[in-house]
Design a protein around this ligand. Structure first.
Ligand SMILES: [Zn+2]
Length: 324
């Protein structure tokens, strides 16, 4: 299923000094994907007529790999332009987590990410009183660009967590495709919806931000506003929590490059305080309700394999890792 149309004027975005994020950090296609429904029995992708066509979008190649590359673990490239060798699969069910939208086959990541999500799910259980967490998109088995949705999530270091607590029972495969995430933002987009927002949400996001391996967390600006208002004690963890478009049904965790992993093209840490006093940009009418572009944006064909780091070709062509 396609992400909904994107109506955000990019140039206006880039020209605004108050924009706290460079556009390259994450493109606007990183929107409210958590509620896009899946398919219980998705049709397998047809074979490609010419997989060696240099103009072919790399997403067509990476989306056809069902298993990780049988190679040592290594992150290659950047969050929005790269791939991962030796990725690990997040088991679809644990005591304190369940993976959603299984048809997407995007529950793969760096082994450090899998360990992080398991740890966070236990913390959510303890600190928020949730039965556990619902895990949304991580990455494809070999990372790389995906056919729909995210521009990032390419190197196994990004993961989406639903803002809906895990139910206290096992979800069926069908539930995991069909269930909707909870919209946390009020209709006027100026604040969270108090009917659904709870102290548990703050606890789960705070737990994630306190993990040293987590470098950034993306949430809707209304959620950041609520966190700033409700956080008690030391608020320095809030510097990692960044307002961004969408992210009103899920939050997005981004890990820093693993130490000793040369070729991982990461990002600098933020050093601009808790970010609670410069949210005004996000609540301007022009940002909340952008004018649709005069001409619909041309669909981007997507980056080619040659535009990814050279090592991603070896990742793509490597044999399948054994399924565990
Ligand atoms: Zn995400």
């Amino acid at each position: 299923m396609q992400a909904r149309p994107i109506l955000i004027p990019l140039l206006a975005l880039m020209a605004t000094a108050a924009t706290p994020l460079a556009i390259s950090e994450m493109t606007v296609s990183e929107l409210a994907l958590a509620q896009d429904k899946g398919a219980l029995e998705p049709k397998p992708l047809p074979p490609l007529d010419n997989p060696n066509d240099p103009k072919l979008a790399a997403k067509e190649l990476f989306a056809r790999k069902r298993l990780p590359a049988a190679m040592p673990v290594r992150v290659i490239g950047a969050y929005n332009k790269g791939c991962i060798a030796g990725a690990e699969k997040m088991p679809i069910t644990g005591d304190t987590w369940q993976v959603m939208r299984l048809s997407r086959n995007r529950n793969f990541g760096h082994p450090g990410m899998v360990a992080l999500l398991k740890r966070l799910s236990e913390k959510a259980h303890k600190d928020a009183g949730w039965p556990g967490i619902l895990v949304g998109d991580m990455g494809q088995p070999r990372g790389g660009p995906a056919l729909s949705g995210h521009a990032s999530h390419q190197i196994g270091l990004d993961a989406d967590i639903w803002l809906t607590p895990m139910p206290d029972h096992l979800l069926s495969r069908e539930d995991r495709e069909e269930m909707s995430a909870t919209m946390m933002v009020r209709d006027d987009r100026l604040d969270i919806d108090p009917k659904v927002w709870t102290p548990g949400h703050l606890a789960v996001i705070r737990d994630a931000a306190l993990e040293p391996s987590v470098q950034r967390i993306f949430v809707n600006a209304a959620i950041k506003k609520a966190l700033c208002r409700e956080a008690k004690g030391d608020k320095s963890w809030l510097s990692k929590v960044r307002p961004w478009y969408g992210h009103d049904y899920h939050f997005h965790i981004r890990m820093r490059c693993p130490s000793g992993n040369s070729g991982c093209d990461g990002q600098p840490d933020q050093d601009d305080g808790d970010g609670c006093s410069d949210l005004a940009y996000w609540f301007k009418d022009s940002v909340l309700h952008p004018e649709p572009p005069k001409e619909p944006p041309k669909p981007h064909p997507g980056i080619t394999l040659a535009q990814l780091p050279a090592a991603c070709k070896a990742v793509l062509n490597a044999p399948d890792a054994k399924q565990r």
